[in-house]
Write a new protein. Sequence first.
Length: 344
Amino acid sequence: MIRETVGNIITAKESILVFRGRKEQIFSGSVGKQVRDLLVDPVMIQSIQEAAEEAKLPFYLFEAKNGNWLAAVFARDTETLRAALEAICRLAHNRSLAIPGYLGKDWDETFSVILEVFRDYRSDVTIYYTKENAERLRGEYRNQEQVVADRDAGGFYLLRPWHGFPAMTNTLDIVHWFGAAFGYGAEPEDASNQEDACVLLQKDAVVDACKALVDSLDPAALQEQKSWLEEQVAVLTPSCTDEIPDGILNILDAVEELAGLFGKDLKAEPEKELGEHTEEVTEWCPHCETEVTLQWDIARDGYKAFCPYCGNRLMLCAYCPRVEQCDYDEDTDTCYYNREKQED
């Protein structure tokens, strides 16, 4: 059974304490230094270091001065870590193990390996986090943008797997897990603060889901649909007592306000389509020095105008209603309407 908690791994009661080190310096890292200073007999340090350097396996198992066992893992990549933990799992014979949180650089990947290796282990495997690392894990959950709202189920769920929780796990289950594992729920003396932390996690899940919703909205499409709905409501109101259309308009107003909280303006007027039409324009051709009058077809994308006398290309930007949103392609000598450019 794998459980996670906040605590000092150096004072853990488990039979085997696992920590990360290097063959050339077995007691490297913060946990390794504490192991050397508090759990190892000083006269044994040199011999332990020499034995570690000669070790053929990706870990070295040795005895602590209190009679428990210490396992230094030499893992520079995920596969080496997996091999080391699998070997420790076999040698431990179901003795209880203590593992420090954030054992590897990529904790998500390391934690996945721990889950795989010790899934069917018959004794306790306890992962000890410092308070700082527990907050770090909590922050990583809160900062991830992978929460989705499921309207049918009426809640918020994980879009992708996270920390052993499968996709579509209800975020409330994760909130409760944080409370049970790290005391962010309501129990001990500072219960009010812990309840606040629990509620904060729920709020963050709601905010993440709302932000994802707002990011997916198209202002022009929303306003177009809202305008259509307002027209229908105006027609229905005299003879219809159903308040649903008005209620929907109120909801859309609320959505616009919600988007404003995230800095997105959904109140932008939908862009008016400029249909194709023909205008008669008069322009001076510098090539043949002739004033020409011609019919100019204003098309949606791309136009060319030419002098009927000499064939010179005429630039009609002065007449173009889209000149502020125009891109000119030199290769094809053609103007193109660019929707992304905003009119001044």
